[in-house]
Design a protein around this ligand. Structure first.
Ligand code: PMP
Length: 392
């Protein structure tokens, strides 16, 4: 075996067993995954092109249509996290030279603006986090900039704000613009009706209220969006995210045969199917009211601890992710570290523009119940006693 030329030895870490502790994931995601979904993801895999797999993908499509409240044929799940859906939407809809209007009230608008900017297009309307956009301002910006796409985050998880969507689709369509909505943090937790609210492209993630492992992202396109994306002059910059191929892979293009495009995450799709099944069994309205009820219990408990909620207007608070103004006299990183160390609970700090301004508690789907809210409150109460820096 003179040819043996391995010079890098097996790493010592690889000769030790995998260690992943149990944690209460009460941050903005991923959320804890219930045993039923873990079990679905742990089933023996089948080929990504087997007829049974196509059947499961068809089920997923139906489950997403229910969760989004849409009858759009162009409904599928991305092989990738929420960002994959963001890029898929922008890459497929917008052509070079066209413009995108992005409502920025937290990190997700910033992200979509960066994605669009990398394609050489950007136009922004920006307001402070914890605020919502006024329809009139959106209308003025649409009239002025004539974008082909307008982005709005329904659930801005960095600021904990749920944005009203009613009426936005109508004004977009008046200006021949498509409405793209991010529901990664809000789907299943706050009411959203894709067809009734005239949303053209809607996406979410698997790892929030759906409680599946991270790595798949439901997305749906209206007829109007399909018309734009399938009549473009140039090909989208991404081969992997090209909807011409993905629509065939998902059996949405009317062609008799599905062709190989990429290998879908089989286990991830099993788990996603199960999470959509749980939502269908529970019912969307029940899921929404349940999230609201638990969130209100949490908000009350936080206020009883003397804490201030970051979003003042109750109607604009995202039920899945609650933002708390960092109390005076505390180091937010120390609070988080203490809670993780002593309670095995994950809360998080802010993200993007809200860093240093908020603590975030997420109670989503399986994690969303009063017992968990009480546990979160007790941990926070303990941390507030132990971590005080100054007499503020
Ligand atoms: N949008 C929102 C509102 C989110 O909360 C997140 C995840 N925190 C994303 C998009 C991005 O999703 P992912 O991390 O799965 O790529």
């Amino acid at each position: 075996r003179g040819m043996s030329s391995v010079t890098i030895p097996p790493p010592a870490c690889m000769l030790r067993p995998l260690e992943a502790p149990f944690r209460y994931l009460f941050g903005p995601g991923p959320s804890n995954v219930p045993p039923r979904i873990l079990a679905a993801g742990g089933r023996p895999i089948i080929g990504h092109m087997h007829s049974e797999m196509f059947g499961i993908m068809n089920d997923i499509k139906k489950g997403i249509q229910y969760a989004f409240q849409t009858s759009n044929n162009m409904t599928l799940a991305m092989s990738g996290s929420g960002h994959t859906a963001m890029e898929c939407a922008v890459f497929n809809i917008v052509e070079p030279g066209e413009s995108v209007l992005v409502a920025i009230n937290g990190i997700w608008g910033e992200r979509v603006a960066e994605i669009a900017e990398r394609m050489g297009m950007k136009l922004i309307i920006k307001i402070k986090p914890a605020h919502s956009f006024v329809i009139l301002h959106i209308l003025q910006a649409l009239a002025k900039h004539k974008p082909v796409l307008f982005f709005l985050a329904h659930g801005e998880s960095s600021s904990g704000l749920v944005h009203p969507v009613d009426g936005v689709g109508d004004i977009c369509h008046k200006y021949n613009c498509l409405l793209l909505v991010d529901s990664v943090a809000s789907l299943g937790a706050a009411p959203l009706l894709m067809d009734q609210q005239n949303i053209d492209i809607l996406y979410t993630g698997s790892q929030k209220a759906l409680n599946a492992p991270p790595g798949t992202a439901p997305i749906s396109f209206s007829e109007r969006a399909c018309h734009k994306m399938f009549n473009r002059k140039t090909k989208p910059v991404s081969y992997l995210l090209d909807m011409t191929h993905l629509s065939n892979y998902w059996g949405n293009d009317g062609k008799p045969e599905r062709k190989y495009h990429h290998t879908g995450p089989v286990s991830g799709f099993f788990a996603l199917r199960e999470s959509l099944a749980i939502l269908a069994e529970m019912g969307l309205e029940n899921s929404w009211s349940h999230h609201t009820e638990v969130a209100e219990y949490l908000w009350k408990g936080l206020e009883d601890l003397g804490l201030k909620l970051f979003i003042k207007d109750k109607d604009l608070r995202l039920p899945s992710v609650t933002t708390i103004a960092i109390p005076e006299g505390y180091d937010w990183k120390e609070l988080l570290a203490y809670i993780m160390k002593h309670h095995q609970i994950e809360f998080t700090g802010g993200l993007g523009p809200s860093v240093g301004m908020v603590l975030r508690i997420g109670l989503m789907g399986y994690n969303c119940n009063k017992a968990n809210a009480a546990m979160a409150l007790a941990a926070l109460e303990d941390a507030l006693k132990q971590c005080r820096k100054s007499k503020a």
